[in-house]
Design a protein around this ligand. Structure first.
Ligand SMILES: Cc1cc2nc3c(=O)[nH]c(=O)nc-3n(C[C@H](O)[C@H](O)[C@H](O)COP(=O)(O)OP(=O)(O)OC[C@H]3O[C@@H](n4cnc5c(N)ncnc54)[C@H](O)[C@@H]3O)c2cc1C
Length: 383
């Protein structure tokens, strides 16, 4: 692991910190609790991404010719840390930036890269991900949505589910089966879908937080032109693997570790304000979580060292995802537990973030699936 910092990195950190001090929005990001607050949050986050983009802080690692800065992973890690430390809102176009962009950079045609990448960074086109289906989540290759070749394109019919921001997105990455006669990991094709196409019906799903951030999406004879296929027909599974490898993205690691530290600091402040900071059980719990946050930081340093050497994150990323998910949930449980019986009645910071923290062990691959990967690929245990 390499902990050293180049002077240029410190310079970049100061530049970002100064910019954030002058430009950070006055209000914090909010967890939406209904349709109106979801739409308001969408507009607020789009404005914020546009300001960051204008300052050159979106797509740091992307090639310059598509609007990026061609920077090193350390610069992205520094930016993430500073954004989190300033409690700045997150980027709106996360699917576009973390999933669509890296996939097109690796597998897209030159025309696709020029057409789609710059508008992802500028938040002019917001993306969603049409992968999961009612019978295909952890076992994604079981997907049944069909795409039949017709003329110079395809006609897609099927159902997707849990599509975040479906209603508010202009474009989607879509997996559909083009040859059902092939084994399940083959015969899948990767498409770019215009969400304004005819034949798309979106039915929002209400979450425990009250928000309708994700939806069911029904595709009924939707036409997709041939130039919107990514890579070769029937070879979409390999391309989907690139998307999933980037899903938690370069924006994830260092930002999340700082956010966890902030949650812990907030819990400590709460313990003090209600006179529970001297309770031995509370002190033990806080000390354990402080050690966990530090372990998370060291895991991030190991990932960054690999990325700086030009290596892929590898199966160790499952270790980080599993540890992050459990720690996130424990930190929010700590806040709620400190509030005691009042925590069950109040509707404040901890109630909302506790509900939201349940997502951590499901989205981006469940904790059980991460444990399987760790067992088989890191520990060499049998299936
Ligand atoms: C907030 C949120 C946003 C999401 N956004 C999107 C999105 O934008 N686009 C999209 O395509 N999807 C999205 N998803 C879907 C997400 O990818 C799936 O929920 C996830 O992959 C799990 O699939 P599933 O829900 O079908 O559960 P299942 O796969 O049915 O799993 C059910 C349970 O069985 C366990 N299980 C399954 N297989 C195994 C196994 N082999 N060994 C041990 N245990 C197993 C799981 O761990 C889980 O506990 C989102 C999910 C959430 C929660």
């Amino acid at each position: 692991m390499d902990f050293s910092h180049a002077p240029a990195d410190d310079g970049f950190r100061h530049e970002v910190r100064a910019w954030l001090a002058a430009n950070r929005p006055a209000r914090a990001e909010r967890i939406p609790h209904d349709e109106a607050s979801l739409a308001e949050e969408f507009g607020f986050l789009r404005d914020w991404q546009r300001r960051l983009h204008a300052a050159g802080y979106v797509g740091l690692l992307w090639p310059r010719e598509y609007g990026g800065r061609g920077a090193r992973p350390t610069a992205q890690a520094i930016l993430n840390e500073e954004l989190a430390r300033a409690r700045a809102p997150q980027l709106l176009n996360r699917v576009g930036i973390n999933n669509t962009g890296p996939t097109l950079i690796a597998h897209g045609t030159e025309a696709q890269k020029r057409r789609y990448l710059p508008k992802i960074l500028s938040a002019d086109e917001i993306w969603c991900q049409l992968f999961s289906e009612p019978g295909a989540g952890s076992d994604l290759a079981a997907l049944r949505t069909r795409a039949q070749a017709e003329g110079d394109g395809f006609v897609v019919t099927g159902q997707k589910v849990w599509t975040s921001y479906a209603e508010l997105s202009g474009w989607a990455i879509l997996l559909a089966r083009t040859d059902p006669s092939l084994p399940k990991h083959r015969g899948i094709t990767y498409f770019l879908l215009d969400m304004r196409s005819r034949g798309i019906t979106i039915r929002p799903l209400r979450q425990a937080t009250g928000s309708t951030e994700f939806s069911e999406v029904f595709l009924d004879g939707v036409r997709v032109p041939g130039e919107q296929v990514v890579g070769a027909v029937n070879r979409g599974w390999e391309i989907a693997m690139t998307t999933l490898a980037h899903e938690r993205g370069t924006g994830f690691a260092f930002k999340e570790q700082v956010l966890q530290r902030i949650a812990l600091e907030d819990a400590v402040a709460l313990a003090r304000s209600i006179g529970r900071a001297r309770d031995p059980a509370v002190r033990q719990e806080i000390a354990r979580r402080w050690i966990d946050v530090e372990i998370m930081r060291l895991m991030n340093c190991r990932t960054l060292t690999r990325l700086e050497r030009g290596e892929e994150p590898g199966p160790e990323s499952s270790l980080v995802k599993l540890f992050w998910a459990e720690l996130t949930q424990r930190l929010h449980e700590l806040g709620l537990a400190l509030e005691g019986p009042r925590g069950q009645l109040a509707e404040g910071r901890w109630q909302q973030t506790w509900l939201w923290s349940r997502v951590a062990s499901i989205a981006g691959g469940t904790s059980e699936v991460q444990a399987n990967i760790i067992a088989q690929r890191l520990l060499g245990l049998p299936r």
